[in-house]
Write a protein that binds this ligand. Structure first.
Ligand code: FAD
Length: 536
């Protein structure tokens, strides 16, 4: 997809004035994160487009979706052109260095799934050999364990190592959507408050216009369906088949709430095994946001709420959310392109919702035809997005299949029945020589084809080794003493790092720290990297 993007990026023409099939107006239906990010991207990359966002306040947004992955830092700042210091002021994100999984064998301590796994900065095999755990395999995992962020005070001023340690944002959903709404207005995106009544077709896959419940008709050249799980255009009107992931992902509900954190901002998302699923904990400046993701086949809503209350006694404001995991057969049909939950959804164990919306948006912007007289790249987009969603399905599957923390009916059922067949080749490879990332590069290239997820083979290693899934470990060339020396050096570096609360304060007071992160040539999030991932 990114290659395709590069190919068309240099050719972003406006439609000719006299082209009757020119694509000039786009209607984005839905005002959740998917709708606003899509509208902002279209306006940022094709400023001449007439973009209208249609939204009904009667139908609330999903209102959850707050942990992200590192890709979103690049997407928000380099693709959507969001000013970092303004985002910090208005949305108040916190940082996520990874996920702390209370997962795996019954008596094991939680393990860290970091964003810097592939650096092996301290040594994964060493950590396993010397401590029996993947914890402490990279600098970021040590930062997570010590609740620290890589910002230091040196000679009275803050010095940041964040540009060398990929991190993501936790974004309070309400504040984030509120800020995107403000930006959309500033950037000339039209806003229509209306509830969609009907979608009127003029061909099998062609939307002619929309009608609203207050009697208006809305007509656009291109329709972006961001109506969430209702999937008003792609699903309901066009009847696009839905491929369920329920053989792999058994959960279908969440009960969410907030919990005081007394000012301690953990620099990670937590995922804790529960009776019939798991609970996330996402820190925001005011409180920890938590959510128990469970399966109603194994637990009633009341039992889920009781379990949360028992496990987290200070939790407040519980509310229920239903979902289904799976994807539609295609994201793009005719002049309808679906983004966000209206196209596909997987439960939030690896925080992939916003990431996948971002990828869909990039694919749409890259391939949106100037005129319907061109042949659009629908097939390649549908194939590419479908493959990526399916890979996430299998990736989440290996979290479930191998988690032996509890032996409740839910977990027994999952261990027995969870379908991870799409990852079988990789699981075989892993069993015969782990970590995968230390195998022959040519083999790795082939293996990557079986796992086109954002997390790559490093993420798979992290999960499988973290859960202690049996494997023949590759040979080490150093002694445990050597490993411990490096670990001690890293511990010393961590001990002097700031807490996240202090580090965020330093970023707020010193805008140059964000500038280093987003501009410096040696930063993982530097502007010069954006074109390589289709963000020019
Ligand atoms: P929504 O937010 O549901 O928005 C739909 C919009 O469509 C609304 O504005 C609504 O008014 C409008 N609409 C619908 N029907 C009509 C109509 N008839 N007329 C007019 N307007 C209409 N993602 C992450 O990245 N990280 C996470 O940690 C994460 N956690 C999640 C936890 C849970 C339990 C769930 C369910 C999701 C989570 N997600 C997460 C996913 C994420 O929340 C969504 O993918 C993302 O917010 C996109 O939502 P959306 O915009 O597609 O839909």
């Amino acid at each position: 997809l990114t290659q395709h993007h590069e190919a068309v990026a240099s050719d972003r023409r406006r439609p000719a004035d006299d082209d009757p099939q020119g694509v000039r107006s786009v209607g984005v239906i839905g005002g959740g994160t998917a709708g606003f990010m899509a509208a902002l991207a279209l306006k940022a990359k094709r400023p001449w487009l007439d973009v209208t966002l249609v939204q009904s306040k009667e139908i609330p947004i999903i209102g959850v979706g707050e942990a992200t992955v590192t890709y979103m830092v690049m997407f928000l700042h380099h693709y959507l052109g969001i000013d970092a210091n303004e985002l910090y002021r208005k949305v108040m994100p916190t940082w996520k260095l990874g996920i702390k999984f209370d997962w795996g064998p019954a008596d094991d301590e939680p393990f860290m799934a970091t964003f810097d796994w592939h650096h092996h900065s301290i040594g994964g095999l060493g950590a396993l050999d010397a401590t029996g755990s993947v914890n402490g395999f990279t600098l970021q995992s040590l930062m997570m364990m010590a609740d620290r962020s890589a910002v230091y005070e040196v000679d009275g001023r803050p010095v940041s190592l964040m540009k060398y340690l990929p991190f993501a944002y936790h974004l309070d959903n309400g504040r984030f959507v509120g800020y995107l709404t403000e930006l959309a207005e500033q950037r000339g995106i039209k806003h229509v408050e209306a509830r969609l009544a009907d979608v009127v077709l003029s061909g099998e896959e062609w939307v002619d216009h929309l009608t609203t419940t207050d009697g208006r008709e809305l007509e656009f050249d291109f329709y972006v369906d961001c109506t969430g799980f209702r999937s008003m255009l792609l699903g309901k009107t066009l009847g696009t088949p839905f491929h369920s992931y329920s053989d792999t992902l058994f959960t279908n509900s969440a009960v969410t709430g907030n919990m005081p954190h007394d000012g301690v901002l953990k620099p990670y998302t937590s995922a804790t095994t529960m009776q019939a699923g798991w609970t996330w904990n996402i820190p925001t400046p005011e409180s920890d946001h938590i959510g128990y993701v469970y399966s109603t086949d194994h637990l009633s809503d009341e039992q889920a709420a009781d379990e949360v209350q028992e496990r987290f006694p200070t939790v407040d404001g519980l509310r229920q959310v239903r979902f289904r995991s799976g994807r539609h057969d295609k994201a793009w049909r005719g002049n309808v392109y679906a983004i966000g939950n209206s196209y596909a959804f997987v439960e939030p164990l690896e925080s992939t919702g916003l990431l996948m919306s971002a990828l869909s948006i990039q694919a749409m912007v890259a391939t949106l035809p100037t005129s319907w007289s061109e042949t659009p790249a629908r097939d390649v987009v549908n194939l590419g997005l479908g493959q990526r969603w399916d890979a996430i399905r299998w990736f989440l599957g290996i979290h479930y299949k191998f988690n032996t923390k509890l032996d409740t009916p839910f977990w027994k059922d999952v261990q027995e029945r969870c379908d991870v067949s799409g990852f079988k080749p990789l699981l075989d490879l892993y069993a015969n020589g782990a970590p995968l990332t230390r195998r022959d590069p040519f083999l790795l290239d082939l293996a990557l084809g079986a796992a086109p997820t954002f997390f790559g083979l490093a993420g798979i290693d992290n999960l499988l080794l973290g859960q202690k899934v049996p494997a023949t470990l590759l040979e080490r060339t150093e002694t445990n003493d050597d490993w411990w020396q490096r670990r001690k050096a890293a511990d010393a570096l961590v001990a002097k790092a700031m807490t996240q609360a202090d580090a965020l304060k330093a970023f707020a007071e010193h805008p140059e720290l964000n500038k280093q992160l987003l501009e410096d040539f040696d930063s993982w999030a530097g502007r010069h990297i954006a074109p390589y991932i289709g963000m020019n």
